[in-house]
Design a protein around this ligand. Sequence first.
Ligand code: FPP
Length: 250
Amino acid sequence: MKSDISQARLPAHVAVIMDGNGRWAKRRLMNRIKGHEKGSQTVRTIVSTCREIQIPFLTLYAFSTENWARPKSEVSALMHLLKKFLVSEQDEMMEKGICLKVLGQLERLPEDVRNQAEETMAATCHNHQMTLNLALSYGSRREITDAVQMVAKKIQAGELAVADISEQVVADHLYTAGMPDPDLVIRTSGEFRLSNFLLWQSAYAEIFVTHTLWPDFTKEEFIEILTNYQKRDRRFGKVECSMPSDGSPQ
Ligand code: FPP
């Protein structure tokens, strides 16, 4: 089904907090892992919808630094699903020109998941139609802390002066360096929190919370949210909106 959405004022970057897999399963008296499995199907739907309607950047919060504290069985099921996704979607990413990036502490992932992530990133790195960021073992405070450390090291080495630290310098040391900030952050399952997700980058993002649980989230609801976004007046702290058609602040 081709999406019926105006190409004008489409967000350049959509970020999603995929929440509610556990509750989806619980309501059906199923193991939480079944919710994550169904959630993986929703991931495929939303990635292909973004590609279809030409949203250049999509970031999905797939596993937070805090998620390591979940029961071992759930963590390993999630890792298995992530690896399965990377393996099964690589051909499609090549066909559709999707470049995969992992945002987060890659070194904390189990070796087989890390190797697969590195392989898929290397295989897809010359694709330019869309970037799919998977936030894995991701935490925004960790990301900002790492950026501060990198900047401090450059100062220590005499490569940068304190007076040269600008917002751009900080942004250039985040995992998202070189990417546009998210225009739209969607959270499913009705929670009104950012949960340590893209805190710096979402400074001016439009936030949309839906009560739908992630496994039930559909292409149709996603398009509805995008249509709603297109109607919002983004002022970026100014009085009047003067947003160009690409949606970037002026
Ligand atoms: C939050 O739901 C979701 C997660 C912690 C994991 C998200 C993972 C997927 C959608 C599937 C695997 C990902 C990919 C990219 C293939 P929750 O478990 O916290 O739900 P709850 O709040 O209802 O318990």
